[in-house]
Design a protein around this ligand. Sequence first.
Ligand SMILES: [Zn+2]
Length: 325
Amino acid sequence: MTNKANYQQLSHGITVMDTEYMSEEIAALYIVEEKGAVAIIETGTNHSIPYVKEVLESMQLSFDDVRYIIPTHVHLDHAGGAGELMSQCSNAELVIHPYGAAHMIDPSRLIAGASAVYGEERLNELYGDIKPINKERVIEAADGFKLTMNNREFEFLDTPGHARHHFCVYDVKSNGIFSGDTFGLSYPHLSTKKDRLIFATTTPVQFDPDALLASIDKIMAKNPEQIYLTHYSQIIPTPEIVEQLKESVKAFAQIAVDFTDKTENRIENINQNIQNYLLKKLAELDCDQDIETQKNVIKFDSLLNAQGLDFWLTKYRDTAKPTAH
Ligand SMILES: [Zn+2]
C-alpha cells in the first residue's frame, strides 16, 4: 500500500483510481465529474477512501460534491467501502442493483460469507469494518433505469452472468460502459505485443456462462467506444477483444464440464487447466513478461475462477443444465 493515490485522468471528466486492493492495479474505481457534481463508480474497500479524498481534492472537489455512489455489484472488492464512503459523503445516494440493495442496507450476510472465506482477521485487513447504509439513501436501479447528473445521462443495464446482482453503467457522454466484472479482466501490466489478454471472471457463486455471453452481447449492442473495466482500467472493445473474452467464457465452462465426473481434486485440476489456457493465450499474444511473472499475475484469478466453476458444476450436475440462480 502506498501513501499517495495512484490515479489517471481519462477523457470526458472520468478519472480512474487504483483502490489498492491486494496489490497495485488490480482493482479500480472511477470518479466521474460533471460541472462540479461527482459520481463514484465502484468504491474499493474502506482502505481506498483516503485516496478518493486525495483525488477529489486534487480536482478542487470534496466528499460534499459526491451525488452518487454506484457499485456495479455487491462483491466486496467493488462495494466493500460503500458504507464508509456513504457516511463520509453526506449528500450522496447509493445506486445499486435491486438484488444487491438488501445486502448494502444490512451487510451481515456479506460479512458472514466473506468471513467464512477469509477468517475474521484477514477480512478486517482486506476490507475494514463494513457499514450498513440507511435504506432512505438507496436507489435501486433495474434494467433500463436512467440517472442524470447535471444533464449527464447514465443508463443501467442488468447484466447477470458473473453475478445476478450485477449491472453495467452506460455513460452517454463518453459512449463508454463501466463494466464491473461482466466484461472480464485485463491487467495492463501484463504487456503484450499483440492484443491485451482479456478473460472472464467466474467467481463463486452465481456464474452462469449463457447469461454472461448474453450480457456481453447486451453491452456491445450499445456500440461503446470504451469499456471501463474494474480490473483494470479502460479498454477499447475491438471485435478481437470481444471474441477473446467470449471464447474464454466458453473455454472455462468447457474445462469445468470436462471434470463433471472427476470430483477428486477438482478445483485444483480446473485451476491448472485455466492457468494453462491463459499461459497459452499469453504466448499467442506475445507477452513481454517471463513465465514466472505471468503465473504470478494470473494465479489468484485462476483459483477464484476454478472455485466458481466448481460451484457452477455442482449445480449443473444437480439440475442437468446451467441455471441462472
Ligand atoms: Zn465480482
